[in-house]
Write a protein of this length. Structure first.
Ligand code: GLN
Length: 488
């Protein structure tokens, strides 16, 4: 990328700042102005120029003091699911309208310590429940490639902000695909690490056994830098944080792909995959072969079961996590109510949107006495089998590749409020989430209506560096990640 500041990625901006060709304040002002000019996309939920510029000045002081850190002075925007002390944190819900956290999420803190400057908070589906960003209480986000279409979800604001060059990078969270799918729909790069790598402390909980944070940016090179700063043990604050030291995920970006075995699961190319997506993925696989990789057919026989399994387990955990929103400690409280029970009822009826309510009811149902064995326990057993299927596949290959989603981004309102249509579109991202594996999405072409198509790369546990290497080599040979929406 070259030219204007907003065309630069994270690594390039860092180089420019280090060379003192631009100050962190100038860079932040530039992106803030772009955010304001494109407010109609609905990506930002809150910004505060004073706070951002104060952080930028602090970064400039560190640069002036001779400090050189890889992310120093580079701006980033955060999905509004991360709590922040300097900006409101809503999780896209009316329940948390105007809520101010007394602390920063660990991921936000770590990126701040690395010298990154926060541009603001980004729209998302309410409590990260959704695939289109249409479930936000603050309105949908529009896809910068076609504003009549959804950006994907739940990290739709993050993907749109990066695609529209309103931020060079953003944080996202992925419970069942929410980093990979919006990255794919908006033509950007995103990675979800192995479950437990990035701290969940301060990430407003949806389904705790699945939720993971990760970066969304233009390139794999940028994602590697960001992920290195985001990950690391946080044992005192997150009980599922892994006691594995932080890693430099950039270390093997340039390694050769000669002999890399790419597993292509036949179930990822079943009838439901649209021809345009299929063609773009096929072309990407051929590109990988040119780079020296070898294609191996593998099988993930329980791919279809990932949908019912996930949509039992995630709502079950959500119903428990969301019980904290009762109008007592924080968030919305109904203005008028009778006794305590009435206060709970009215608060929750007013504060939560329809999709969240539906999931709380489903979750409560599958956990209830009498149905627990039939649904929840059964789902847990199949979850284990899905994880085992991946281990079987990884005996034959180094990474797994396939589509992120069966189609390109659909039109706003196209699913007509039918949640099952959204759930079915999650088919290819859910299996990796249920297994806790690292996964990423990279732009590999364009499909119908010239909308971006992303390819999913899944690795075995702790193989993030390998995924980023595979993605980076592809991006060195192609320019899909540099394309931008018309008029942007
Ligand atoms: N679409 C999935 C859901 O609605 C995944 C969302 C996510 O990863 N946060 O639950």
């Amino acid at each position: 990328m070259s030219g204007a500041l907003h065309d630069l990625g994270v690594a390039e901006l860092a180089r420019k700042l280090k060379a003192k060709e631009a100050s962190a304040v100038e860079v932040a002002q530039h992106f803030l102005a772009r955010g304001k000019a494109q407010a109609s996309l609905g990506a930002y939920l809150s910004t505060d120029d004073e706070v951002t510029l104060a952080q930028a000045r602090a970064a400039d002081a560190r640069i002036a003091g001779g400090e050189s850190a890889p992310l120093l002075g580079v701006p980033i925007a955060h999905k509004d699911i991360f709590v922040t002390k300097d900006f409101p944190s809503t999780a896209g819900s009316k329940m948390l309208e105007g809520y101010r956290s007394p602390f920063d999420a660990t991921v936000v803190r770590k990126l701040g310590e690395a010298g990154m400057v926060t541009l603001g908070k980004l729209n998302c589906d309410e409590f990260a429940m959704g695939s289109s960003n249409e479930n936000s209480a603050y309105g949908p986000v529009k896809n910068p490639w076609d504003t009549a279409r959804i950006p994907g979800g739940s990290s739709g604001g993050s993907a749109a902000a990066v695609a529209a060059r309103m931020a060079p990078a953003a944080t996202g969270t992925d419970t069942g695909g929410s980093i990979r799918q919006p990255a794919s729909f908006c033509g950007i790069t995103g990675i979800k690490p192995t479950y437990g790598r990035a701290s969940r402390y301060g990430m407003i909980a949806y389904a705790s056994s699945l939720d993971q944070a990760g970066p969304m940016a233009h390139s794999a090179e940028d994602c590697a830098l960001l992920l290195s700063a985001m990950c690391g043990p946080d044992l005192d604050r997150d009980s599922t944080s892994l006691d594995v030291p932080a890693e430099d995920f950039s270390r093997s970006l340039d390694a050769s792909l000669q002999g890399l075995r790419i597993g292509v699961p036949k179930e990822f190319f079943a009838e439901g995959v649209a021809p345009d997506v299929r063609a773009a993925i096929e072309a990407a696989l051929q590109q990988y072969e040119k780079l020296g990789a070898r294609r191996v057919e593998v099988s993930l026989p329980r791919t279809e079961l990932a949908i019912p399994v996930y949509y039992v387990i995630a709502p079950a955990e959500a119903s428990s996590n969301l019980s904290r929103f009762d109008g007592v400690k924080f968030g919305h409280r109904a203005r008028q109510y009778g006794d305590l029970t009435d206060m709970y009822k009215k608060t929750r009826a007013e504060g939560f949107g329809d999709e969240v309510k539906a999931r709380i009811m489903i979750g409560t149902y599958v956990l209830s006495h009498g149905y627990y064995d039939a649904y929840y326990l059964q789902a847990q057993k199949i979850r284990r089998m899905i994880a085992d299927d991946f281990q079987q596949a990884f005996r034959q290959c180094d990474v797994i590749a396939g589509p992120v989603a069966p189609t390109v981004a659909w039109k706003l309102g196209e699913h007509g409020g039918d949640p099952v249509a959204d759930y079915l579109a999650d088919i290819f991202t859910l299996p990796g989430s249920l297994a806790g594996l690292p996964g990423m999405s990279i732009p590999v072409g364009f499909g119908d209506a010239r909308m971006p198509v992303g390819m999913q790369l899944l690795g075995n546990y702790f193989q993030e560096a390998k995924l980023l290497n595979a993605a980076h080599r592809f991006q060195q040979a192609t320019d899909f990640h540099l394309r931008r929406p018309e008029g942007i």
